[in-house]
Design a protein around this ligand. Structure first.
Ligand SMILES: C[S@@+](CC[C@H](N)C(=O)[O-])C[C@H]1O[C@@H](n2cnc3c(N)ncnc32)[C@H](O)[C@@H]1O
Length: 286
């Protein structure tokens, strides 16, 4: 019998990082498009995992394979699963040092390159909570380059949520990988559900944000993704894709695919006036 997560644990797990393009604010609109029944859930552009945690909140036994190409992010998932107590301890140290001198401490950690697993991940989470807009952005050398954010009292250690995330990720039914999205083709079967939330195609030349990894997500990648969707459709998988509302995106999908426009606010735009009034696309084969 399916059990709601809230029936078992006090806190239901939520994304532990703020992530560009994160779907937390869109969950209600997305929920209407999630199939009622499916077998395994696949999420190959995991990011902060808003949809994963939403689905696990409804059914903690859900079988899932999730992945992302950002190895720092995947290491964070693995570390929260396997070493959460050490991670919390390390984050608590960051927190107390940060509040002694925010600017100096932030930039000293941003320039640092720790070697140990715990310190690498606590650096990522610390920077995510204290950097400008919670943005993850790296330059072509893969170095994190976001300036200090304007927070007076950021919550650097959300212990309760980290413990809840750790507990749920320990489920034997959840596989976490670091791989390119196309690798899921071998594993997905009939009646599995695949949700794709790739870096979006830019709506204009100045509006692109695709620097989650040192490799950009190009139009060729999007074409590769559209071809993968066709192959998954042939395998009778249920496929749902999010993307920006552009002609280029629509053009890649034949009339067999349903295209739905939903309203979306862009939390990542540095100009808060430009964060409202946008629509984006959901494309699905069911
Ligand atoms: C729009 S974000 C996903 C946001 C996520 N849905 C959330 O709610 O936080 C896109 C993700 O795709 C990842 N990514 C970029 N290129 C990739 C690739 N070729 N294969 C797999 N993941 C990739 C990025 O690292 C980023 O985390």
């Amino acid at each position: 019998m399916k059990q709601q997560y809230s029936q078992i644990f006090a806190t239901s797990p939520k994304p532990f990082v703020k992530w560009a393009g994160g779907k937390r604010q869109l969950i209600e609109s997305l929920q209407k498009h999630i199939p009622k029944k499916f077998n395994t859930y696949f999420e190959p552009f995991l990011g902060g995992g808003a949809v994963l945690f939403h689905l696990l909140g409804q059914n903690s036994d859900l079988r899932c394979t999730v992945s992302d190409l950002n190895s720092d992010l995947v290491l964070a998932y693995i570390t929260i699963r396997d070493k959460v107590d050490q991670l919390v301890e390390s984050l608590e140290k960051h927190s107390s040092r940060y509040f002694a001198d925010q600017r100096e401490y932030y930039y000293s950690i941003r320039e640092s390159a720790p070697k140990s697993q715990i310190e690498k991940v606590s650096r990522l989470l610390f920077l995510n909570k204290t950097c400008f807009n919670g943005l993850y952005r790296v330059n072509s050398k893969g170095q994190f380059n976001v300036p200090l954010g304007k927070y007076t009292n950021p919550s650097i250690v959300n212990k309760e949520n980290l413990l809840a995330v750790s507990k749920i990720l320990q489920s034997k039914s959840i596989a976490i990988r670091c791989q390119d999205f196309e690798a899921i083709l071998d594993d997905a079967r009939k009646d599995d559900f695949v949700y794709f939330d790739p870096p979006y195609q830019p709506v204009s030349k100045t509006a692109n944000f695709t620097s989650y990894t040192k490799c950009e997500f190009t139009y060729d990648d999007l074409q590769r993704l559209a071809r993968l969707c066709q192959r998954l459709d042939k395998k009778e998988c249920k496929v749902l894709l999010s993307n920006s509302n552009t002609k280029e995106v629509k053009r890649l999908f034949s009339s067999k695919w349903k295209v739905v426009e939903i309203s979306a606010n862009r939390a990542i735009n540095s100009d808060s006036k430009k964060r409202t009034g946008h629509t984006e696309l959901l494309i699905k084969n069911y």
